[in-house]
Design a protein around this ligand. Structure first.
Ligand code: SF4
Length: 369
């Protein structure tokens, strides 16, 4: 029997305590009976893989807010994963968490069940910015959640930071970066605020109030510099880590490794196929037939490799680009131009974007396709 190694497993928990106005992730506010039914369906779905004897080295609970479930529910889902997949000894098991949904006992229970990485949606260290984002927690609560997680035995902790928040200045951003970096954490994801279609933020009032793209770009460059000064090295457009502790799960996406996603809106890349589940929790609970799973054939290996590898600081390999059908002439002439403009660095066969280049990555990618 074939044993497939190094699979990533993603589990989507589509519940939040309250919807943040900028967010378009698939989640809803549900009562405990819907949550119980969902957990049951999820466990059935995960268990359907039992006979395939697949092995994995990363499990990631994302959302939504996974910690809006009880610790017993989260640990029960993880138990189903352990029973259905062979997890490597060093398997990275992460859950995302909202700082206001955890306490010390909760975190201890997760740690005891095998979770060894936790990612907090902190977003800012300035309370007025947290209010403008519609977050339910203060910075003090977020800081306390991180310290409690450390006390509970988590030594691999990540925090999210938002760039371009309403009311943010370069100084308040620097303050947020410094405060996060002083916490016992190993990883920071720093995302630029984007107005997503159909969210409450998608309106004139907000569009007219947020910083311009140029200012956001300046904020991004100053955040990257400050993170580096604080010992957090950039390894992807929006991700920074200490001691080489990159997110193993996210690296699966960017390195075109296999992963299987469970739950509504979850994406999978498995056995050469891409597919995703509909954003429909009721459908997931009532009928997980094949109709629920949608094949995604919109991309090919060349486009995917070019797009994803340029997100990483380690960059794109010229040999691989050419072997997948890319034009060597196009690659060489664009590389030369980007290096001259300070947008990229080139070494041996790799072309790596600088932070300035990351800001223009979409047009650079188009230039290579
Ligand atoms: S808590 Fe996270 S997933 Fe939930 S609405 Fe806010 S940003 Fe979105």
């Amino acid at each position: 029997m074939t044993m497939k190694n190094n699979l990533g497993i993603y589990i989507h928990i589509p519940f939040c305590v309250r919807k943040c106005p900028y967010c378009d992730f698939y989640s809803c506010i549900s009562d405990s009976s819907v949550k119980s039914k969902y957990v049951k369906s999820l466990i059935e779905d995960i268990s359907s893989y039992k006979d395939r004897r697949l092995s994995a080295d990363s499990v990631y609970f994302g959302g939504g807010t996974p910690t809006s479930l009880t610790s017993a529910q989260l640990c029960g889902i993880l138990d189903a994963v352990k029973e259905s997949f062979s997890l490597s000894d060093d398997c990275e098991i992460t859950t995302e968490a909202n700082p206001c949904t955890v306490d010390f006992m909760y975190l201890c229970e997760l740690r005891q069940a095998g979770f060894n990485r936790i990612s907090f949606g902190v977003q800012s260290a300035v309370d007025s910015e947290l209010v403008s984002l519609g977050r339910l927690h203060s910075y003090e609560q977020a800081e306390n959640a991180v310290l409690q997680a450390q006390k509970a035995g988590f030594d691999n902790i990540s925090c999210d930071l938002m760039i371009g928040v309403l009311g943010q200045t370069e100084d308040t951003l620097a303050n947020s970066v410094d405060k996060l970096c002083s916490l016992p954490i190993t990883h920071i994801s720093a995302y630029m605020l984007k107005i997503e279609d159909g969210t409450p933020y998608d309106c004139e009032r907000i569009r007219n109030s947020i910083v311009t793209d140029d200012t956001q770009a300046e904020f991004y460059l100053s955040a990257v510099k400050r993170l580096s000064e604080n010992g957090f090295m950039q390894y992807e457009i929006s991700n920074f880590c200490k001691d080489g502790r990159m997110s193993r799960h996210n690296m699966k996406y960017w390195k075109l490794c296999d992963y299987i996603g469970f739950g509504p809106s979850a994406h999978s890349f498995f056995e050469g196929r891409r597919f995703y589940n509909e954003r429909d929790i009721n459908g997931y609970i009532s009928d997980r037939s094949s109709v629920f799973r949608i094949e995604d054939s919109s991309s090919d290996a060349f486009c995917e490799y070019t797009m994803l590898s340029l997100r990483l600081s380690e960059g794109i390999s010229r040999d691989r680009y050419v072997s997948l059908g890319g034009s060597q002439k196009k690659f060489d002439s664009l590389s030369k131009k980007l290096v001259q403009e300070g947008m990229a660095k080139s070494n041996d066969d790799r072309l790596c974007l600088t932070p300035k280049g990351f800001l223009l990555s979409n047009s650079i990618i188009l230039g290579l396709l």
